[in-house]
Design a protein around this ligand. Sequence first.
Ligand code: ZN
Length: 336
Amino acid sequence: MLIFATESSCDETSICLMKDKKILEHKTFSQEIHKIHGGVVPELASRAHLEKIQTMTENLFNKTNIEPNKIDAFTATCGPGLIGSLLVGSTFTKSLAISFQKPFIPVNHLEGHILSTSFNNDIKFPSLILLLTGGHTQVYLMEDERKIELLGQSVDDAIGEAFDKTAKLLGLSYPGGAEIEREAMDGDEDKFILPKPLVNEKNFNFSFSGIKTHINLLTKKNKVNKKFIKDLSASFQKSITELLIKKIARGLERLKLEKKDIRSISVVGGVSNNKYMKNKIENYFFNKNIEIYYPLKEMMIDNAAMIAWACIKFYNKEKNDLFFKPKPRLSVRSIL
Ligand code: ZN
């Protein structure tokens, strides 16, 4: 099965040509324009998608020498996300489907992330999915490939947002995740004690906004110099990682009481790029009989390969829906 996919839910313009389980070509462009604003500006994001998507697609077909009429189905992210951005990608992809008279399959962005580790791993079930992005912090239980249940989520900011907002308070650039990780490398991670909201609750709900408020106070009380930035970045990274691990551990205890013995954990989304966090999670679960999976590097941030893969994995021609309206809010299992 040959699939052409696009992803444009936020500030990455991405396109992919996938044949069965092989990525033939995959290009992701991260929009630079938002850097000066310290966060994504929706209107600018839509325009930037519009400027890129057509040329990227032309280049992709030229490079691979594949005729668009050989494509079996066209697919695009149809939510959740910024509505203007979703409209650019989905309308562009729908028009290709119409012109080559092929099916158009709408895909849920979150399902793309959730299924991303099954591209390069044989998942052991039941499995826990930690979706850690700039827009979402969610934990899902996958009892088998088709049974996905949301167990908990952040009640306020997403984890990636906490990284971005902390970076902004420290005068670091956007996106904040990589900046914080770099600054933290030679900082003292025990310098500041930060709050760990909801840490003792045996559920999978998170709260990150209190941490941001605390950091804001620290930046007002202290001199924001290089040392302060490094120490606070390190303390923040340590605190948020410990919070995440403790919450998972407590949540797993609860699941065990319900006779759900988790055999694997998939850490998906852009935040899974953080090497410090990865090491800590791996160390914690080492020898606990739980496997830890990550997506391929190119499938961590928002990307079209995960959308193509979600389409291929559960392909059903009855899902062909040219009239599907993209939705800024879309929960999992509402399409697939
Ligand atoms: Zn995403």
